[in-house]
Design a protein around this ligand. Sequence first.
Ligand SMILES: CC(C)(COP(=O)(O)OP(=O)(O)OC[C@H]1O[C@@H](n2cnc3c(N)ncnc32)[C@H](O)[C@@H]1OP(=O)(O)O)[C@@H](O)C(=O)NCCC(=O)NCCS
Length: 447
Amino acid sequence: MSAHAAAGSANSPSPAASTSTAAVPDTSVEVRPVTEAEFPDWMRAKGTGFLMADRITEEDVALRLGRTDLSRTLGAFEAGRCVATYRSFEQQLTVPGGQFVAAGAVTSVTVSPTHRRRGLLGRMIRDDLAKARDRGEVVATLIAAEYPIYGRYGFGHATSTVEWEIDTHRTGLDPRWAGPECGGRVDLVEPEDVRKSGPELHERLRARKPGAIDRRTAWWEDRTGLTSFSSEPYKAAFYAVYRAPESAGGEVEGLVKYGADDKWGDGKQPLNTVQVHDLIATTPAAERALWRYLCSIDWVAKVRTGYRAPDDLVPELLPDPRAARVVTSADWLWVRVLDVVRALEARTYSAGGGARSVVLEVADPLGLAGGRFRLDVSADGAGRCVATEEAAELALDVRELGALYLGGRSAERMLALGQVREAGPGAAARVDALFRTPREPWCPDIF
Ligand SMILES: CC(C)(COP(=O)(O)OP(=O)(O)OC[C@H]1O[C@@H](n2cnc3c(N)ncnc32)[C@H](O)[C@@H]1OP(=O)(O)O)[C@@H](O)C(=O)NCCC(=O)NCCS
């Protein structure tokens, strides 16, 4: 999970001061929501778990407290000292078809090294997931620090990510480029402009991108330097927007935030790397123009794209796609279905050909969302889901349902891996025909 939120009090005892590696009976540790008075210690414990304890200030604690719903912030306490942390918050997740579903976003998960593997994560996450379901949240989401942690709690790897490094000298792009050919323009803008135009642009993006999540005002304030945590100090950056041609309204259709290092080789060779921190665009023209812009900045030898969808256009926007080398390819957003009927009815399906129904047997070891469900898809792609006694066609764990939910993973592949079971032939293929989306889901953010 993101270590971005890690923080604690600089005045708290040092992490090692009062912890012990002696075996502690489980009952000596109490798991419960933290109080305001305990919040600095909770932050100190979180910093310990994320190996960031020495970079936390009182200002960080105060800023974080103002943004934290303490009723959803759990701590594990032993003799008054916090030894494990966990938090969830309300989030909106875009599903295929563009609807936003209510998600409980899980973050700040840590267990101090002195208290690991005694079931503390299990106690916190079971408690929170049951409450999330009772609150009416349709799914829970998280970004996993390590792959093996969350499957046991019903989370499935639902979106993936890729980062490319582009060798700008190998792209085959015309070095004389002087701006978008389409009549649109790329303009450098200031952080305050981003706070004005960015949120509206992102709202348009997330309505059309399954896997995207909402961004709050604080997200924009942190990313543009209005607020800053000492554990993640704001670094000045460049911002550029793409505007459509005046004839088409001149609207902002894309935004990029990027930084650059300052590196020169022997013989006065410029070897600078541009790191993209955020690039969102609502049209292919905007994507093309912004990547073209980044690959054409003088002195820049490499562009690191940041974490993109695996089917991002960027490599093939280059005349020579091999100029873009994959440097990271990994799981990203994990989804845990809490309410099968509402989840399956919130998204749309591909209703193109063949049978348009399937009966799923969903196993949920935590007892939150399991059962047998029939999904019927109408000609317009809407789904209707009901509990049923009919014979199941595909049996799967709620973890695999979460993985399939956003349309980016394959039931046929899961069948080959032994992760789902068919009761009748062709059920996995039918699920894929219904669930899979033409483009990969993508979550541009970490939390
Ligand atoms: C990951 C972490 C929170 C786990 O906490 P924990 O209290 O040790 O976990 P639990 O004791 O509840 O473990 C439950 C199960 O998950 C397994 N597990 C926990 N963490 C694991 C990991 N990193 N890799 C593989 N398995 C893991 C345990 O072995 C145990 O398995 P079992 O049920 O078969 O016995 C803790 O190790 C930690 O704080 N790590 C560093 C920070 C981090 O990665 N946080 C997660 C951010 S997304």
